[in-house]
Design a protein around this ligand. Structure first.
Ligand code: BDP
Length: 692
């Protein structure tokens, strides 16, 4: 009796001990804290909330030499842009308070990831590094996969703020500041007029106050028809004097509450949203009117180029068609916000031809951090490589080397304002992003917004070290004698760097795009084309498969979208021999029997790509299982379970896509490709997420 009781207690202790050793709920993301070493922080600059925050972060996170003295210095310096900083040994210098804060985070990051802290000079690529939250006042998030909104919870006339909100917003701001993000649009671009009502404005002010000590500004996405739907006017015509007065009064009201309010983000005349075209006015009329209202206070307008009309023969061409005629007519506080590709956040698109083409207008890139089209919070997909591919794409608009990064960050064109936007993937889930690896995408967005020349390999390296390396004494003890770099860092980093290409392979290889199930943009749906749905929302519009071949002819014999690119790209993209194979079916309609560079037929190559993607994910499962000794139980099991779903659903993609396209090609599946395990009719009959 006595021995068994002792045994029981012993087992219980062991269980608790190992749980305590490894437990991490993931809330701290890349700001995990070990016991700090003592440090002295000397601040020279006027006292401010931001400098207080900088000092506090250093004190709480210091892992360097005990009792070191760190100097934080605010001082004008010609080599520093706003928010830029220098680190020299124990001295951090910046021209403004936020720069000091960024310098502190950078110093801590460098120390934690084994990088030097000597002679660092760091300036941001973009002035405004802005998250876009697609959060609705109901608390739901459009394509949110990590719980409800951290900002809104379906309140109407009395919009409340509680202690839980304040601490969440503070942590949100810290995480952002630590990677250089300095702004957020905190409501959906599909906007509700109530956002401009007094109770909501009060809540914006409360959120702005909570994030201000971390250098962040708040922005709003107002509904263009607010003068009618919120203000009670008869029109929202941007040239109507009453409408102009409405927006001027709103700007005044907002800035009285939030003196550092960032500005507006507008989705106009797109997917049913109201806009100036409803009144036979133009994007310029709409954007400039709002820009004028914000100008006295220093606010900006980010006007989205994501516009397209139904029934156009090529949706990919429309943004250029609509915006190029207005180049040079926008106010200097308007920035045109352009999605990375010409269609819509697909797993792979060539860069949008608007980049670099608008030479007299500020243009900013918009990326989607939330994985709406990349497996949502179920697939492990590190998006940094996709953004890096876009930022480093050469537009040739001002000669070789005018990359998307350079034509948007002010180094090629003299833009008064520069910015970059990322559609956020966070919600109220305790680890913010549901999939632990989805946090790497938030991290990567911030890092690339700060420095658009960083490599994804460096970003993954930093993120893994900050997110998984042991920081507590127990964690370090548990890792003693294990080779963390070889056993964990190297294989997991490689998995991250391969993961986006894997998704392209099993979802839509060789330039295919928009092959999603219309239910939720998650699973395959190449066959989906109900009679009454607009054509450009259906996959057949994009794949154009027939008995002869597959792909969208965008050459001069097709829609001529190639001509929107600067030479030599337009010739390259329109040449069957020269177009990069990763864009082949984006630009060309190609016979099934066409010989690819590998020597295989297009059909065989397509099948092999799908299969390769599935095999890559199966390999990710092995990598992760082998990483188990290095990861706490909670995060390990979370990722392991999601990888199972990922592997299963990658196979649904492969089986559904191959079997469907085979109804056109009529060719056999190459024998080295694993046989499908489900019938096409079954996959077509159920929503992909419910396929078991
Ligand atoms: C599409 C999303 C839709 C968004 C739209 C946008 O499916 O929910 O409203 O983008 O960016 O990809 O406005």
């Amino acid at each position: 009796m006595k021995t068994s009781l002792l045994k029981f207690i012993f087992i219980l202790t062991a269980v608790f001990y190992s749980a305590a050793t490894y437990a991490e709920n993931g809330y701290d993301l890349w700001l995990r804290k070990g016991p700090a070493k003592p440090v002295k922080v000397v601040v020279s600059g006027k006292k401010s909330a931001i400098l207080d925050a900088a000092k506090q972060e250093l004190t709480e996170f210091w892992q360097g030499t005990p009792n070191a003295t760190i100097q934080l210095v605010v001082k004008a310096d010609k080599s520093l842009k706003t928010d830029g900083f220098k680190i020299n040994g124990n001295v951090i210098t910046a021209g403004n308070d936020a720069g000091v804060l960024y310098g502190v985070y950078d110093m801590l990051r460098r120390m934690a990831s084994g990088q030097s802290t000597d002679n660092v000079l760091s300036n941001p690529s973009y002035q405004r590094r802005v998250l876009n939250h697609w959060d609705n006042p109901t608390g739901n998030i459009e394509h949110g996969f990590a719980g409800k909104s951290i900002f809104w919870r379906n309140e109407k006339d009395s919009v409340t703020v509680n202690a839980g909100d304040l601490s969440r917003w503070k942590d949100y701001a810290r995480l952002n500041a630590s990677i250089g993000i300095n702004g957020a649009v905190i409501n959906n671009v599909n906007a509700q007029p109530m956002m401009l009502s007094a109770p909501y404005l009060k809540k914006y002010a409360a959120i702005a106050a909570a994030v201000r000590p971390y250098g962040m500004k708040i922005y709003m996405a107002p509904n263009f028809a607010s003068p009618i739907r919120q203000g009670g006017l008869k029109t929202a015509d941007p040239l109507d004097p009453e409408v102009i007065k409405y927006w001027q009064a709103k700007a005044k009201e907002i800035y009285a509450l939030i003196p550092d309010f960032g500005g507006f983000l507008i989705k106009a005349n797109s997917e049913g949203q109201p806009g100036p075209q409803d009144y036979k006015r133009t994007h310029v009329d709409g954007a400039n009117m709002l820009a004028d209202a914000l100008k006295p206070y220093g606010g900006i307008v980010m006007w989205r180029a994501f516009v397209y009309a139904p029934n156009d023969p090529d949706r990919a061409k429309q943004a250029v068609q609509e915006f190029m005629p207005f180049d040079g007519q926008f106010r200097d506080n308007v920035i045109i916000q352009v999605k990375n590709g010409p269609v819509d956040f697909q797993p792979r698109e060539p860069f949008s031809p608007l980049f670099g083409a608008m030479k007299k207008t500020s243009v900013m890139p918009e990326f989607q951090i939330m994985q709406e089209y990349l497996g949502q919070a179920k697939h492990l997909v590190f998006l940094s490589t996709m953004w890096e591919e876009c930022l480093k794409s050469d537009t040739y608009q001002m000669g070789a080397g005018s990359t998307v990064g350079k034509v948007t960050d002010g180094s090629v064109y003299p833009q008064k304002y520069t910015a970059i936007a990322g559609v956020s993937n966070i919600g109220l889930d305790s680890n913010w992003t549901a999939h632990p690896f989805a946090a790497a995408n938030w991290y990567a967005f911030g890092r690339l917004g700060w420095d658009n020349t960083l490599t994804s390999a460096q970003i993954a390296d930093e993120w893994l070290k900050l997110t998984f390396a042991p920081v507590t004494d127990e964690g370090k003890a548990a890792m003693a004698g294990k080779n963390w770099d070889a056993g964990f860092l190297a294989p997991v980093k490689k998995m991250m760097l391969d993961s986006r290409e894997a998704a392209v392979n099993y979802m839509m290889p060789l330039g295919l795009h928009h092959q999603f199930s219309a239910y939720d943009h998650y699973g395959p749906g190449s066959w989906y084309a109900p009679a009454r749905t607009r054509a450009d929302w259906t996959p057949p519009y994009y794949h154009k498969a027939d008995k002869q071949g597959i792909g969208f002819n965008r050459t001069e014999t097709g829609t001529d979208a190639v001509s929107q690119y600067h030479e030599p790209l337009s010739s390259t993209f329109s040449s069957l021999e020269n177009v990069p194979e990763m864009y082949l079916l984006w630009f060309q309609h190609v016979p099934w029997t066409y010989k690819m560079k590998s020597g295989r037929t297009l059909w065989d190559e397509l099948c092999i790509k799908y299969d390769t993607g599935v095999k890559q994910v199966r390999q990710f499962q092995v990598v992760w299982d082998m990483a188990q000794p290095f990861v706490d139980k909670e995060r390990f099991e979370n990722v392991q379970s999601r990888l199972r779903i990922h592997a299963r659903d990658a196979q649904v993609w492969k089986d559904g896509s191959i079997l469907y396209f085979q109804t056109f090609s009529g060719m056999p599946i190459p024998y080295e490709v694993e046989r499908p395990v489900r019938d096409l009719s079954y996959i077509q009959s159920v929503a992909p997420a419910s396929i078991k």
